[in-house]
Design a binder for this molecule. Sequence first.
Ligand code: TXA
Ligand code: MG
Length: 351
Amino acid sequence: MTPTPVWPVDASRPDPTVIEAAAACLRNGGLVAFPTETVYGLGVDALNVEAVRRLFVAKGRPATDPLIVHVPGVAQLESVAHSVSVLAWQLAEAFWPGPLTLVLPRRPIVPLEVTAGKETVAVRAPSHPVAQALLAVARTPIAAPSANRFSRPSPTTAQHVLDDLNGLIDGVLDAGPTNIGLESTIVDVTRTPPHVLRPGGLKLETLRRFVPNLVVSERFLEESIAADAPGMFLKHYAPCAELRLYEGPREAVLAAMRLAAGALAQAGRRVGVLALAGEAVHFAGLPVEWADLGPESEPEEIGRRLFAALRDLDARGVEVIFARLPAPEGLGWAVRDRLRRAAAGHIIKVE
Ligand code: TXA
Ligand code: MG
């Protein structure tokens, strides 16, 4: 195996020679991981069918799962999509570059390999200066899923990318940890009213200011959680360890978690806890591994740390991870979604 080269770049002022080398690699059909403000993406020239096929193989991703096409900004939207509604333009103008992906009718120039055979294409303009520089120099739309092996937590550092894909891709632009840490919010604007397909780095409350009748799928709604059958979720964003997810009043949940974690540890299992600041005392005296998500009052920090924390507990050899679901508000929507998928939809309800 040839190790994948890592190209360090300054996050705010990337060196043009490094960006040119990465862009040249992309133009030649290479697979280049790069930072966005959400997570690291694994980029290929979106118009190069061979490169797109190699990307699916490297990720171990089923060909039925379409890719997001990245463009520099609103000016390039119609190069890959058409029939852009007034509302879709407004959203792109308001939130690009940034963590919003719009699903729109596909222009034929976008290969069906990218869209998994769909007549729609997901488009986003990332705001990270390195992603912007790469797009500007590459002069082609860049198809980029998150740069993890299929079903693993998304990478928020270049090291996470290497942990999953070293030797399988042609380079990684390393600009340090990403700022948001959760993937973009995806909105299908081909439907009226628009539908949220994935809650993410752009808060639903912020979107609703522009789209008051925004439809948020049943499965993201609080009331539907109890009715969700385990297994209806694709296991995704998952650590290797089993994730046990709790929901209910804080004190009762922490007590239930302590009891269950203690019993498992007693039985010789390696237990980890995804904990918020101040929760450690609830597990005092138990042999558990910690990953600190930060204070409950700082959801941005929790979002930034979530995927790294899951990977970190895995690296420490934990077999079972305990976590508490955050409230469904702000970034909590995205964190809940990622945790629920990582637990394959299974939630332990505590009264
Ligand atoms: O923040 C992000 O969105 C990151 C960075 C790298 O931009 N990308 C990312 O890509 O999360 P990925 O491939 O991990 O997730 C893209 C999601 C997939 O779940 C896919 O099903 C959905 O977007 N998607 C892509 N094209 C679609 C389409 N035409 N219609 C519906 N969903 C689509
Ligand atoms: Mg992904």
